[in-house]
Design a binder for this molecule. Structure first.
Ligand code: FMN
Length: 222
């Protein structure tokens, strides 16, 4: 069966490296300190963005956009803003939590060299979105699925991703000139890494442990 390449799922520019989806899920980490400082190459970046764009979406609205930011001044401006938000959070903590939080790095904005701002457009697809008439959040859920595709495909490309949410939405909207009613959903730091940590940073630094699967799985009722 022939398929219109402009409307169907995209073909990758070339096959990416072989890694099972389970391997990618297991290896994926939120990367902050392990960026090497090199820039992600365009082929890899293209395949990672392609993977994001191939995500499922409510009513097939594809409500995301991806703003790729590599300008050093923009990265520095955003990093400074995020540092202020980090300070505000630290100041809000009781003393013993603050002590635990202080050594935890929460971003690699400048070291990664590339930011991908993932946005959500609630107006994409018009008024009658198949599947969003009952649960409006399904629009944002769709944009987040694009992020997860980016995160996992980056692992397959040996590229690290770190999600930064320590920002004021209005600030980021203004910084990368996002038009209303589009919202920024995430700033992703993207770049080559020296390694992927085996244990999540928040566990390693004693901020919060994971919970066992058996606690998360319920049968028949919650
Ligand atoms: C919605 C969302 C927002 C996040 N925001 C931040 C952030 O601002 N800074 C940060 O260091 N990590 C952030 N993270 C990463 C989480 O801390 C991380 O996923 C979690 O601790 C588990 O670690 P892992 O991703 O390495 O498995 C965010 C993750 C999600 C899903």
């Amino acid at each position: 069966m022939s398929r219109d390449v402009n409307s169907g799922p995209a073909q990758p520019t070339e096959p990416g490296p072989a890694l099972s989806v389970y391997d990618a899920i297991r290896m994926r980490r939120d990367v902050r300190a392990e960026f090497t400082g090199e820039l992600v190459d365009e082929d890899r970046l293209g395949r990672i963005l392609r993977a994001g764009h191939d995500a499922p979406s409510v009513g097939n609205t594809q409500p995301w956009d991806f703003v790729v930011v590599q300008d050093r001044n923009t990265l520095a401006t955003f990093a400074e803003h995020v540092a202020g938000c980090r300070r505000d959070f630290a100041d809000s903590l009781p003393p013993e939590r603050r002590e635990t939080f202080d050594p935890i790095k929460i971003e690699g904005i400048e070291e990664s060299g590339t930011g991908i701002v993932v946005t959500y457009d609630p107006s994409r697809g018009g008024a009658n979105i198949l599947g969003r008439h009952t649960v409006d959040d399904t629009g944002v859920f769709s944009a987040v699925l694009a992020i997860q595709n980016i995160w996992l495909s980056a692992v397959a490309e040996d590229i690290g991703v770190g999600w930064v949410s320590f920002y004021d939405e209005a600030f980021l909207t203004d910084l990368v000139r996002i038009p209303a009613p589009v919202r920024p959903i995430a700033w992703l730091c993207v770049g080559p890494v020296s390694r992927f940590q085996e244990t999540p940073d928040l566990v390693r630094f004693g901020w919060r442990d994971g919970r066992p699967l058996s606690e998360a799985v319920h049968r028949e009722t919650f």
